[in-house]
Design a protein around this ligand. Structure first.
Ligand code: ATR
Length: 279
């Protein structure tokens, strides 16, 4: 047994069995020789208000928060970080030294870092950006791109009202366009992002014609099962650089692990392969 103090963290959601977070964090706990565990915390809707305040008493350093609790958990912590407030959702709780709870959202950090990992000289202001979808993932993507200095973000969603609401909320660089214009909205872009569920395992392919997309544009999908969505495969075949959703998943986990266990963990090929083996 290690003499280091035992550290406990987990993933709170409903369901949580499909989550890859335990595989990621337990890999890092082993790799850095820490004494601890990252466990599943299946908390049914309606039980969240009982579960969250119990974290400190149970000795947890904190936890991740996933569907369906990302919004409701914000009311149950003592403090919410500014980024999570702006995103309107939380994905991480950190138990503070005094036992109080602070909520964070690292999804935007994870997304931007996944682009930089793929293209170290990537810049948000390299050209117009087209984002498809206006759900929770889109909020993190659009907000983080705007914060990084994006000058024009074309936002297209099947339900136009949701794209318009996001554009109104996030302001100047974000412009909502009708879903029917998604093919034409690829002209001149430096980055195309899919945040819809289309192309995910078990879902139909995204209906998108890439003809107008410049060949140098970076194409990114927040989906990681499959690792290469039909969109990314089509983009790769015509010569576009691509980024899959695994990088966002792995990079959002790093600051949380650091806050709980005191080590900023690395994303290695070994970790990627271990995760891919679980898909
Ligand atoms: P997440 O948190 O992963 O973003 P979500 O909030 O459920 O998940 O959002 C799913 C996104 O996929 C939404 O933008 C949704 O569009 P609607 O707002 O119109 O529902 C999009 N989506 C789901 N099914 C789609 C389809 N068949 N065609 C196009 N977009 C679709």
């Amino acid at each position: 047994m290690s003499s280091l103090p035992f550290g406990l963290a987990g993933i709170m959601g409903w369901p949580v069995a499909h989550s890859r977070s335990p595989a990621i964090h337990n890999h890092w706990i082993r790799k850095y020789g820490l004494n601890g565990a990252y466990v599943q915390l299946p908390v049914a809707p309606g039980k969240l208000a009982l579960a969250v305040p119990g974290l400190a008493a149970l000795g947890f350093r904190g936890c991740n928060i996933t569907i369906p609790h990302k919004v409701d958990a914000m009311q149950l912590v003592d403090e919410v970080d500014i980024m999570a407030k702006r995103m309107g959702a939380m994905n991480t709780i950190v138990v503070q030294p005094d036992g109080s709870l602070k909520g964070f959202n690292n999804d935007g950090f994870g997304y931007i870092q996944s682009l930089i990992d793929a293209q170290p000289d990537w810049r948000a202001d390299a050209g117009p950006i087209t984002v498809l979808g206006a759900g929770g993932a889109a909020r993190a993507v659009v907000l983080s791109l705007a914060d990084r200095g994006a000058k024009e973000i074309r936002l297209l969603n099947r339900t136009f009202d949701k794209a318009e609401a996001l554009a109104n909320e996030f302001g100047v660089p974000v412009k909502a366009l009708p879903w029917e214009e998604r093919h034409a909205a690829l002209a001149d872009v430096a980055l195309l992002v899919n945040t819809t569920s289309q192309g995910m395992h078990g879902q139909p392919d995204l209906d998108l014609n890439l003809d107008a997309l410049p060949k140098h544009a970076l194409v990114s999908d927040v989906i990681y099962v499959p690792l290469e969505t039909p969109l990314l495969a089509a983009a790769r075949k015509r010569g576009n650089p691509t980024v899959n959703g695994l990088g966002m998943l792995l990079n959002q986990a790093r600051p949380a692990f650091h806050a709980w266990f005191g080590v900023m963990p690395e994303i290695t090929e070994e970790l990627k392969q271990a995760l891919i083996a679980t898909f």
